[in-house]
Design a protein around this ligand. Structure first.
Ligand code: NAD
Length: 490
């Protein structure tokens, strides 16, 4: 399975209340293959009326006994069925994303699809483990029986980006369903196809109609209609910090629940005692994997001055040996970036780095003639004040600088407005854990990187977001806690 002919692409329709339908406007959005610019599919261009229908369907499903009274163990079985379906269609899902997003199919099969499968499997276990507590209230001396209930928050609007389309959608849907919510999901207009295929498989797995609705379209229309719809109880958003701030502001009117997974500028910190055989290839892949389009990419390199030159030369050597090409080629390690807009944006940042005085280091390898490719690039010797050290580039571009002490490394790492992840390479365990505690990041990886697990809450400090996805915190954020207090005395 490696060509478009091997795929039955999603139909260009949206899923509302269990039915596949065109946008009410009848309009569509062309889907482009970033490896050659060809249009190979169409998406329904939804609007506010489509969102309204989807929210009504999600509300009806939330209130229907078929969902709200379903035994937790049966909900668990359904989520496991979804995991099995996704697993059975792993290659197809990876191939769809290789055409839609540009990512190498073999890497999507190693990372994206397992992440989607595992979150459904993990969340299947949570359905039967959501519970409150009994409380020892002192009150006024009379006897009380007090306890908390954990109840689903209701109908959730979920919005996801294009960089890991399948796992981002799966994380959100699996967590919400485990808590007993229903959802209206808006994938990115830039890469919606694997999410639509996942939705088909969710229905096939037996999830009742209306529990999961998918409305495709642009952020300014469909997204805006979703975040402002009066019957949405919570918005769960993954995307850029600017849109996240806009969503938070728009939620202020009715204090609607909001969780935000936003941008990052995560540091890879290499201490003088680090195992460079491991740290160098890891630091390279922490930024170059997925062509740098990873929210927690190690996009800033903070390297001890004593090893800086060795590390930069080593990362460039890794970069030289990363085959660049279309996502269907099993040799490809660097696919095209997602579209022309992103390619131009990344290239303009490389130019900004040059103007800011960085040394631009990039392997002199040829790029495919067609498609939106960017060579893996190091901007060496950047200053802490430079734009390329502070702004999210979202491409295979590493901003590198050196430090001389542990304190300086922490200060540089924490100088960012973001706080999503941090990769730390250090042999000394006392130093590692001291630094892990001091780093302002939602996840700190020590002598490893990119380990993202359904059991490990994921999210950001500062402008990288609010709330945590997956793990126990990820499922509980789709619940409300209610205290119940009953008087036992007459
Ligand atoms: P984006 O913010 O442009 O779009 C994300 C989603 O929001 C899309 O579905 C888009 O259509 C929608 N949207 C846009 N405007 C909207 C509006 N006014 N109202 C409602 N929805 C709207 O981000 P992107 O370019 O798709 O993705 C890249 C960004 O996502 C990067 O900043 C990256 O760091 C971030 N990201 C974060 C995480 C995380 O877990 N923290 C994961 C992946 C990506």
């Amino acid at each position: 399975m490696n060509s478009l002919n091997d795929l039955v692409l999603p139909s260009g329709k949206m899923l509302v209340g269990g039915d596949w339908r065109d946008a009410l406007s009848g309009e569509t959005i062309p889907v482009e293959n970033p490896a050659n610019g060809e249009i190979f599919a169409q998406l329904a261009a939804g609007g506010a009326e489509d969102i309204d229908l989807a929210v009504k369907a999600a509300r009806a499903a939330f209130e229907s006994p078929g969902w709200s009274k379903m035994r937790p163990i049966d909900r668990s079985r359904l989520l496991e069925q979804v995991a099995l379906k996704l697993e059975a269609h792993a290659e197809e899902l990876a191939l769809i994303d290789s055409f839609d997003n540009g990512k190498p199919k073999h890497l999507a099969m190693m990372v994206d699809v397992p992440s989607a499968v595992e979150v459904f499997r993990y969340m299947a276990g949570w359905c039967t483990k959501i519970y409150g507590k009994t409380l020892s209230v002192s009150g006024d001396g009379r006897q009380y029986h007090a306890y908390t209930l954990r109840q689903p928050v209701g109908v959730v609007g979920q919005i996801v980006p294009w960089n890991y389309p399948l796992p981002m959608a799966a994380w959100k849907v699996a967590s919400a369903l485990a808590a007993g919510c229903t959802v209206v999901l808006k994938p990115s207009e830039v890469a919606s196809l694997s999410t639509l295929r996942m939705a088909e498989l969710i229905l096939e797995a037996g999830v009742p109609p209306g529990v999961v609705n998918v409305v495709t379209g642009y952020g300014e229309t469909v997204g805006e209609a979703l975040i402002t719809h009066p019957d949405i109880d919570k918005i769960a958003f993954t995307g850029s910090t600017n849109v996240g701030k806009h969503i938070l502001r728009s939620s202020a009117n009715d204090l609607r629940r909001v969780s935000l997974e936003l941008g990052g500028k995560s540091p890879t910190i290499i201490m003088p005692d680090a195992d460079l055989e491991k740290a160098i290839p890891d630091a390279a892949m922490a930024i170059f994997f997925n062509s740098g389009q990873t929210c927690f990419a190690g996009s800033r390199l903070l390297c001890h001055e004593s090893i800086y030159d060795t590390v930069i030369a080593g990362i460039n050597e890794v970069a030289k040996n990363l085959p660049i090409g279309p996502g269907q080629d099993p040799a490809t390690m660097i696919g095209p970036v997602v579209n022309k807009k992103q390619r131009d944006r990344i290239q303009s940042y490389i130019e900004i780095g040059r103007q800011e005085g960085a040394e631009v280091i990039s392997p002199n390898v040829p790029l495919p003639e067609q498609g939106y490719y960017v060579r893996p690039t190091i901007l060496s010797g950047v200053t802490a004040e430079s734009r390329v050290f502070n702004e999210e580039i979202f491409g295979p571009v590493l901003a590198a600088t050196k430090f001389s002490t542990e304190e300086e490394a922490i200060k540089l790492a924490n100088s960012s407005c973001y706080g999503l992840g941090a990769n730390l390479y250090c042999k000394d365990m006392k130093t590692s854990h001291r630094m892990a505690a001091a780093l302002q990041a939602g996840t700190v990886w020590i002598n490893t990187y990119f380990v993202v697990d359904a059991a490990m809450p994921f999210g950001g400090f500062k402008e990288s977001g609010i709330g945590r996805e997956v793990g126990d915190e990820g499922v509980l954020m789709y619940t409300e806690s209610k205290s119940v207090c009953a008087l036992l005395d007459d």
